[in-house]
Design a protein around this ligand. Structure first.
Ligand code: SAM
Ligand code: SF4
Ligand code: SF4
Length: 338
């Protein structure tokens, strides 16, 4: 974008700054809050390979989004590390001029094999999801009995490779909220842990407000287990996690998607593995970009399409949650990756 081009903003004045790219709808876990095994079982029809955007197609769309103001790219899934040849995609994206940050959200299981190659290809950071250190609790939450040591090995591999590492912990009342301080104490020397309020994503996770532990309670729990945490300023305006530090400067973050929504600053667009553009994590449907792409639309035509979609965007689901019907259909998390 030329320095004089006006910033693209949506109908509520929010710029387009981040693009989350889902590279697969498949996953090697079945977290109960995301892809419960009863629904995503052996008979579940995952997308056939030819439906997925190719690396060339993802690269082209990412380049166009950068023209429109995107500065940060995040790869996600399903589980992004299951997509074959992922370092090649990272290398393509890292060559795009104007991209300031390339990150990935992953369950970490395949990082011991892939971290080094991804770093060499240009990946900057990973956010690794880990909900509990207790093998029974974690095994139950991931739906397959996978041991937390497997994720810890992935975190170590990422740190050794020189990747920036954060940890995401989804908090569910009565499930893993009894041992949050232990998790933080064990990991705070290695990485920032960010505690996320359990959200009503998708249509199958049985979400109920009573299972949400408000962030204020999480901060109180962490403080009660050691010295009091104090809040620190955001790194940049619109940062989704509120940051806290202990006396040694170890940082914990809380993402209050339910108790204190941050739609007012939401600058994120999401591209599904089949090239649907979603302007909100809770959208009922996306806008097809793969069709126009494959039918030969020019860069200018695609740019006009995305500009048109973003400029009328009014999504603010989390702020409206209480007013919306419980029957509101939403895209599955495994399609757009959080
Ligand atoms: N498979 C990768 C992973 O687990 O990190 C990437 C995709 S996953 C859908 C992205 C993030 O969304 C993870 O950190 C996961 O914990 C989070 N997530 C999934 N379902 C959620 C829910 N119902 N509420 C809050 N966070 C959720
Ligand atoms: Fe897979 Fe990530 Fe969803 Fe868990 S949260 S089921 S690891 S996509
Ligand atoms: Fe953004 Fe939608 Fe989440 Fe609000 S609910 S922060 S608009 S993704």
């Amino acid at each position: 974008m030329s320095p004089t081009a006006p910033t693209l903003t949506d109908a509520l004045g929010r710029p387009l700054r981040d693009l989350r790219i889902s590279v697969t709808d498949r996953c090697n876990l079945r977290c109960t809050y995301c892809m419960p095994g009863e629904i995503f079982g052996p008979d579940y029809a995952f997308l056939p390979r030819e439906e997925l955007l190719s690396f060339e197609e993802i690269e082209r769309l990412a380049r166009l989004f950068v023209v429109l103001g995107v500065q940060k790219l995040r790869l996600t899934g399903g589980e992004p590390l299951l997509r074959r040849g992922l370092p090649e995609l990272v290398a393509r994206l890292s060559r795009l001029e104007g991209v300031q940050d390339i990150a990935m959200t992953t369950n970490g299981l395949l990082l011991p094999r892939l971290a080094e190659g991804l770093k060499a290809a240009g990946l900057h950071r990973v956010t690794v999801s880990l909900d509990a250190l207790d093998p029974e609790v974690f095994g139950q939450m991931n739906g397959l009995g996978v041991h937390p040591d497997k994720v810890l090995a992935g975190i170590e591999a990422a740190l050794t490779a020189g990747l920036g590492v954060k940890i995401n912990t989804v908090v569910q009342r009565g499930v893993n909220d009894g041992a949050l301080a232990e998790l933080w104490t064990a990991l705070r020397g290695k990485a920032v842990v960010r505690f996320i309020e359990f959200m009503d994503v998708g249509n199958h996770n049985g979400w109920n407000m009573s299972q949400v532990v408000p962030s204020s309670e999480v901060v109180a729990q962490l403080s009660a287990a050691g010295e009091a945490l104090r809040p620190v300023a955001a790194h940049y305006p619109g940062e989704v996690a509120a940051r806290y530090v202990d006396a040694q400067g170890h940082e914990a973050g809380v993402i209050s998607s339910v108790s204190a929504p941050f739609c007012g600053d939401c600058s994120r667009a999401r591209l599904s593995a089949v090239g649907q553009l979603y302007t909100c994590l809770f959208a009922a449907s996306g806008f097809d970009l793969r069709g126009p792409l494959r039918s030969g639309e020019s860069d200018d035509e695609l740019l006009a399409r995305v500009r048109g979609l973003w400029s009328v965007r009014r999504d603010r689901y989390s702020e409206e949650r209480g007013e919306l019907s419980a029957r509101h259909q939403k895209v599955e998390m495994s399609h757009i990756g959080g």
